[in-house]
Write a protein of this length. Structure first.
Length: 227
């Protein structure tokens, strides 16, 4: 028998092998089967088939068992390697059954042409305290804006951010009297300058709660109106 005959014989035997069309067993399944086989053999004490006969050759049953074990292990190893190669890379996306979260909340836009009218406190009401989060939080309106015009005692601001209240395109404030400005309890509005403004109902708060933009005061606003 030459090399060509050996190849032909192996091809025919492979075609007749019913196990060749089966899906290879998983490695953990193979390990479990082999462990059971070893335990059965050890408990029965039947070890004669694994011993060499008088001619020094293993008996056929031992060779068949060894060959079967090699085939099963090889098939399981191949299946494991192939599974690694065919594994798809994970993709970013929602898990099965997971609904996408709601979009981030957007700041409400002001209606075109809308306006908020405010007035300054009267002289007799100018009682001051240090600006703080608790008092700021009690106000009904708060915004960050820039003065765009001053006509007489009326100041017009264009808000750039609303902390509290219904957003409008513009806000008009009746400016405080000169007496309050001199006492440094009111705001000296100037065109083009940026201000932080609060009001309770329609009355602007003074005593530093409404003032030219300052990062320390802005932080108080953020703390008071967060969320």
């Amino acid at each position: 028998m030459n090399h060509h005959d050996d190849e032909e014989l192996r091809r025919r035997l492979s075609a007749l092998d019913p196990a060749s069309r089966l899906t290879p067993a998983a490695p953990e399944r193979v390990a479990g089967l082999l462990e059971c086989a070893m335990l059965d053999q050890a408990s029965s004490g039947r070890t004669t088939d694994a011993r060499p006969d008088a001619t020094g050759r293993r008996r056929p049953l031992a060779w068949v068992a060894a060959a079967a074990a090699v085939v099963v292990i090889a098939g399981a190893s191949f299946a494991g390697l192939r599974g690694d190669d065919d594994a798809q890379a994970p993709t970013a996306g929602p898990s099965a059954g997971q609904e996408p979260g709601p979009p981030a909340a957007e700041e409400p836009a002001a209606d075109p042409g809308s306006m908020t009218a405010l007035v300054a406190a009267a002289d007799a009401n100018a009682k001051c305290m240090v600006p703080n989060v608790q008092v700021l939080r009690a106000n009904s309106l708060a915004f960050d804006g820039t003065v765009t015009a001053i006509e007489g005692d009326q100041v017009t601001l264009e808000p750039t951010a609303w902390f509290k209240g219904t957003p409008t395109e513009t806000v008009t404030v009746t400016a405080p009297s000169k007496m309050l400005q001199e006492l440094l309890v009111a705001v000296d509005f100037q065109v083009g300058e940026r201000y932080l403004v609060t009001a309770f109902q329609d009355t602007v708060t003074l005593c530093g709660f409404t003032a030219a933009y300052d990062e320390a005061l802005a932080q108080l606003y953020r703390d008071a109106y967060a969320g």
